[in-house]
Ligand binder design. Structure first.
Ligand SMILES: Cc1cc2nc3c(=O)[nH]c(=O)nc-3n(C[C@H](O)[C@H](O)[C@H](O)COP(=O)(O)OP(=O)(O)OC[C@H]3O[C@@H](n4cnc5c(N)ncnc54)[C@H](O)[C@@H]3O)c2cc1C
Length: 493
């Protein structure tokens, strides 16, 4: 999903939909009040905290520590979690200590990589955050076409390292998203139709399981866990590093955006739907119905073509004839630029609320329903986004990895943004929910990385499909107490 789309919307000034922060009773004798897995208050002794602090190479932050407020901040400021403890892990050993501590005390535990969880689940109130965001090493082996990437790395960092050798693997479309959460839930991006999901490109994963033990996983080492980590989200442990297969990509590709006025939406989307059904794997096109720069609504196509440069103009030609474009910025461009990896880092002060589901085609009925929703209840910050899938993603068997929903052509998302602090939460969430009520019946399955705070079992089961029973059995084996529950949660069975 596009960072541009997220950031371009002229958003209303409204308030954060902060979750109610659990009020902890003050603990006595220097003890630290914390929240247990069952929601009850725990009191952690100074000696226990001291032992953990001494064991870590990174810092252990409590609410009074310098850096605590920065460390607890997530991409989505709708969530203002206040954890009791943040373990800023410097390496796998720190992760092992932090997880062992959490398991021994039965502490509510969140795991944070890039912090881009849309539902704020990489933070928690009163619990422990195992924070790997300082673990930022990337090593590219250009001859073997492999990269070892620590779990705190952001997509733009990975892209830049790999592109120095003319290599890349599938990554999401916003450069400041973390590799960890994205890859564990699947990982959809501009070259995914050609090379598969991010998780399809994993050759090995190092993980610390709920008992605090380190495990290397691959096709030959702990293969069942390796299977579960490719699409099973954060359910099975804290990943410390990933090993990816790389491909020759660019560095110059062809892409950019082309915009049409919203008044042409019906015609443009219908024509697009026919065209995209037969598109080559090398062509990736996201679609957004969104506010444009001048405030008027537009239909924007965000394009990336990773095939032979000489063919690019012919391949995208039909996109230019869908109607009368407002703007056409399709041109040769470096892959890192299309990925936004060269953009300056931004602080996100827009809260976001999103609902999404997978679709197999953009039917005329769907087009009519979403244009109607956009038209009848215009909201300056509201948008509908389609993220492109299919191609190589669809050719992997649904049970080959934990990622089940292989047949989707698009991930359909309705979202809204609003400035915080402000009072926009109610109007924006209401707009998204009303749209979703009209659109959800067009969907078939959900993307784990769009998990919601209050997960409905129905959604979780539809995300994992027939892989759910195997995942639940593995969850019981590797995390019987459900320590890792702040995710699209698989219940141990
Ligand atoms: C602006 C934006 C653009 C996006 N674009 C795309 C896109 O193009 N393609 C796409 O596929 N998705 C996209 N997403 C969704 C994204 O994949 C998820 O939000 C993902 O969880 C982000 O990963 P993170 O590490 O940044 O998140 P975090 O918030 O750090 O973590 C999210 C969850 O991942 C798990 N997790 C994180 N780190 C670890 C770890 N080391 N070990 C085990 N579990 C861990 C935890 O369950 C955690 O709750 C986008 C999200 C945003 C906000």
């Amino acid at each position: 999903m596009k960072r541009r789309a997220f950031c371009a919307a002229g958003v209303a000034a409204l308030a954060a939909a902060t979750l109610p922060c659990r009020r902890l009773l003050a603990a006595t004798d220097g003890e630290l009040a914390a929240t247990g897995l069952d929601g009850r208050q725990l009191n952690l002794k100074p000696s226990e905290l001291g032992e953990l602090r001494a064991a870590l190479r990174g810092a252990l932050l409590t609410a009074d520590a310098a850096g605590y407020d920065t460390a607890r901040r997530l991409w989505n400021p709708a969530f203002d979690h206040k954890p009791a403890l943040i373990a800023r892990c410097a390496g796998a050993a720190d992760v092992m200590h932090a997880v062992s501590f959490a398991a021994a005390h039965g502490l509510l535990t969140a795991v944070r990589g890039g912090g881009h969880s849309l539902s704020g689940q990489s933070g928690c109130d009163g619990g422990l955050v195992v924070d790997v965001s300082s673990m930022r090493g990337v090593r590219v082996d250009p001859l073997a076409r492999r990269a070892r990437v620590e779990s705190g790395v952001l997509l733009g960092e990975f892209d830049r390292e790999a592109q120095a050798f003319g290599l890349a693997t599938t990554a999401g479309t916003a450069a400041d998203t973390g590799v960890a959460g994205l890859t564990l839930g699947g990982g959809v991006g501009r070259i995914g139709r050609k090379y598969g999901l991010s998780c399809d490109n994993l050759t090995a994963v190092d993980v610390v399981t709920a008992d605090g033990r380190f495990a290397r996983t691959s096709a030959t080492e702990n293969p069942d866990l390796f299977w579960a980590l490719r699409g099973g989200g954060g359910n099975f442990g804290v990943v410390t590093s990933f090993e990816y297969r790389l491909h020759a990509v660019g560095p110059m590709l062809f892409g950019g955006t082309i915009d049409y006025p919203f008044a042409q939406a019906h015609q443009v989307l219908r024509g697009f739907s026919e065209f995209i059904a037969g598109a080559p794997d090398e062509l990736y096109v996201d679609v957004a119905l969104q506010p444009g720069a001048g405030g008027q609504r537009i239909v924007e196509f965000d394009v990336c073509y990773c095939g032979p440069p000489a063919r690019a103009q012919d391949v995208v030609a039909p996109l230019r004839k869908l109607g009368k474009p407002l703007q056409d910025r399709l041109a040769p461009a470096p892959y890192v630029k299309l990925q936004g990896a060269t953009d300056a880092p931004q602080v996100n002060d827009n809260a976001a609320y999103i609902k999404g589901g997978l679709i197999r085609d953009i039917s005329p009925a769907l087009v009519a329903a979403l244009v109607d929703h956009f038209d009848s209840t215009p909201l300056p910050s509201g948008m509908v986004v389609f993220q492109h899938q299919g191609g190589a993603i669809a050719r992997v068997a649904p049970n080959a990895t934990a990622y089940w929903n292989r047949k989707a052509l698009y991930n359909l998302m309705v979202l809204a943004l609003w400035k915080v602090p402000g009072d926009g939460a109610a109007a924006n969430t209401q707009w998204v929910r009303a749209g979703w009520d009209k659109l959800e019946h067009f969907t078939d399955g959900y993307y784990v990385n769009l998990s919601e705070q209050d997960q409905h079992e129905r959604r979780v089961h539809a995300a994992y499909g027939d892989n759910y029973p195997r995942l639940a059995a593995l969850k019981k084996r590797y995390d019987p107490a459900n320590l890792f529950r702040l995710n699209a949660n698989i219940k141990p069975a």
